[in-house]
Design a protein around this ligand. Structure first.
Ligand SMILES: Cc1cc2nc3c(=O)[nH]c(=O)nc-3n(C[C@H](O)[C@H](O)[C@H](O)COP(=O)(O)OP(=O)(O)OC[C@H]3O[C@@H](n4cnc5c(N)ncnc54)[C@H](O)[C@@H]3O)c2cc1C
Length: 377
């Protein structure tokens, strides 16, 4: 896909090329499903990707981190290797948070390392008792002299085991919520891998027992965590929509190739009306999702009022569409869609988390509906 064919500036056409060149460095048998193999880590750290996750003043590829780059890049990465896609999202999330709200000390220490791929980022919001309802988080931060002290347990934290800096969402002892950047190896922080997911993806538990850090490790003002996270979500939800498009396109391409080759009743499958409908409806879903994803990314880039609502709608629509598409593609491929270890089988599983992470569909629908009513006045 050429982004300029969809009305984006031709400058963005280089982005999928960069993604493809990094994917090409990962051996084919390690691309799906993309848990963090050494080859994926090496391709990510050594290539251009980290530079697209950080703003130019810290060594990034563009002056400001560009949400359109992020969305287009994730589309192409998810098409080729979901592990690289996940790494890229986490690096960009870490970069966005630190750039927007990190102390000068944190930014100078970490941002150039994020840009070079020397350091990897992770983000810890979720807890056993706090998923969609982040306000239920109990991990605490309190001040003790000029130090911060953290206690609590985070779960389902992507790439925590390889991250060099984990940004942790905490409840302030004085009220409100804050973000604190915790470097790997800080005494009191223990990381335990698992659980294994049906859509392979590296998540871990992060335990914080009396972790002590200088006050400069707070990311943003005390109590400002929600507004910082919401700003990030405008960009990252648009990018999840991009990732969903890449996955759906990959599934569709698999199914089209199969249905063009395989014959039943003397004709290729795609010439049987119901199979044609599976493919055609999927193509329409992919195109609609791509347009939504790109528009959401443009709104995030340009700071359009309501950009978060639009990004949430794009994430909702594209992730739901990706699951519909991959399900239709498996159906169109018949028993060949069910082979364990096949690409279509991996895509079928990998589609599922898209509707859950970065805002589950049901929760996003509440926001979209609220926004619709508010606009009617
Ligand atoms: C692959 C993967 C990677 C992840 N990586 C990270 C990470 O790096 N860092 C991190 O912090 N977290 C991470 N998470 C956790 C993720 O953010 C949570 O799964 C997500 O916030 C949803 O929370 P939950 O799973 O606890 O579901 P719950 O909040 O328990 O929701 C369960 C169901 O109830 C619905 N629901 C909940 N509340 C409402 C409501 N008010 N109205 C209507 N429906 C509702 C939800 O939509 C969902 O269908 C990851 C999750 C996955 C699957």
């Amino acid at each position: 896909v050429k982004p300029s064919d969809y009305g984006l500036d031709p400058g963005y056409d280089a982005v999928p090329e960069i993604a493809r060149s990094v994917v090409a460095q990962v051996p084919e048998n390690e691309r799906e499903p993309g848990t963090l193999t050494p080859a994926i880590l090496k391709a990510f750290r050594g290539g251009e990707l980290p530079r697209y996750a950080v703003a130019g003043r810290y060594g990034g590829a563009t002056e400001d981190l560009d949400p359109v780059n992020l969305t287009v890049m994730r589309e192409a990465l998810m098409y080729g290797c979901s592990g690289l896609d996940a790494m890229f999202l986490l690096q960009a999330t870490g970069g966005l948070l630190l750039a927007a709200a990190g102390s000068a000390e944190l930014r100078e220490q970490w941002m150039p390392r994020f840009a070079s791929g020397d350091a990897l980022a992770a983000m810890a919001l979720t807890e056993p008792g706090a998923g969609s309802d982040l306000k239920a988080a109990t991990t605490s931060v309190r001040e003790d002299g000029d130090e911060l002290v953290l206690d609590g347990l985070k779960s389902f934290i992507s790439h925590a085991e390889v991250a060099d800096l984990i940004t942790v969402f905490c409840r302030e002892s004085t009220g409100g919520y804050s973000l604190v950047a915790v470097p790997a190896g800080t005494p009191g922080m223990t990381i335990t891998g698992g659980p294994a997911l049906i859509a392979p993806h590296d998540v871990a538990e992060v335990r914080l027992d009396g972790v002590r850090l200088p006050a400069a490790h707070r990311v943003g003002a005390p109590g400002a965590a929600f507004s910082e996270v919401l700003k990030t979500l405008t960009v990252t939800r648009a990018s999840v929509a991009g990732s969903a498009v890449g996955l759906a396109q990959a599934a569709l391409d698999e199914a089209v190739r199969h249905c063009a080759r395989r014959e039943q009743f003397g004709r290729p499958l795609y010439k049987h009306g119901p199979v044609a409908a599976l493919l055609a409806d999927s193509a329409a879903d992919v195109e609609m999702s791509r347009l939504l994803a790109y528009r959401a990314a443009i709104q995030a880039r340009d700071g359009v009022p309501g950009a978060l609502d639009y990004a949430s709608m794009a994430k909702l629509a594209a992730s739901e569409a990706a699951c519909r598409v991959v399900d239709r593609c498996v159906q169109a491929m018949g028993r060949f869609g069910l082979i364990a270890g096949s690409r279509i089988g991996a895509l079928y599983l990998l589609a599922r988390p898209l509707r859950i992470y970065e805002g589950a569909s049901e929760v996003l629908r509440l926001g979209v509906a609220r926004d619709l009513v508010a606009r009617l006045g």
